[in-house]
Design a protein around this ligand. Sequence first.
Ligand code: ATP
Ligand code: MG
Length: 143
Amino acid sequence: MQQQGMQRTLSIIKPDGVRKKVIGEVVRRFESAGIRIAAMKMLHLSKREAEGFYAVHRERPFFGSLTDFMSSGPIVVMVLEGENVIARNRELMGATDPKKADAGTIRASMADNIEHNIVHGSDAPETAATEIRYFFSELEIVS
Ligand code: ATP
Ligand code: MG
């Protein structure tokens, strides 16, 4: 990670993505875009753990529903590494609301609605660092 412009970001395949059996398809899109998977695991968040992860959205009206959803089944969490990967991952994901997402993006092609939108991706270097730390120890991230 010494190279200029290299970044890490946290990606999550949400419970709807696991239920729809698109883990492979999402990972394929990352790899085809030249993004490296530096860490990956499956886990099932408790309601409390989902609330901890989405704490920034505590005051939003959809917080209860979002954390119910995020704790409704297994998720796949990944550390993605690459040049400008924070923005590039969000381009591959598409807009939060799949109806507004560009054609061909993960959310436009696979998501049902603004809440059940298949993937999460960190939105800035600071949030990426915090979110990666929420799920992974440094020893679990392969350089
Ligand atoms: P994420 O943080 O999951 O990558 P995002 O950055 O595109 O998505 P945020 O605004 O951070 O979107 O919202 C976090 C998550 O909360 C969304 O991905 C979605 O699952 C849910 N969400 C956002 N807006 C709404 C809404 N208006 N109604 C229901 N759920 C929502
Ligand atoms: Mg977000």
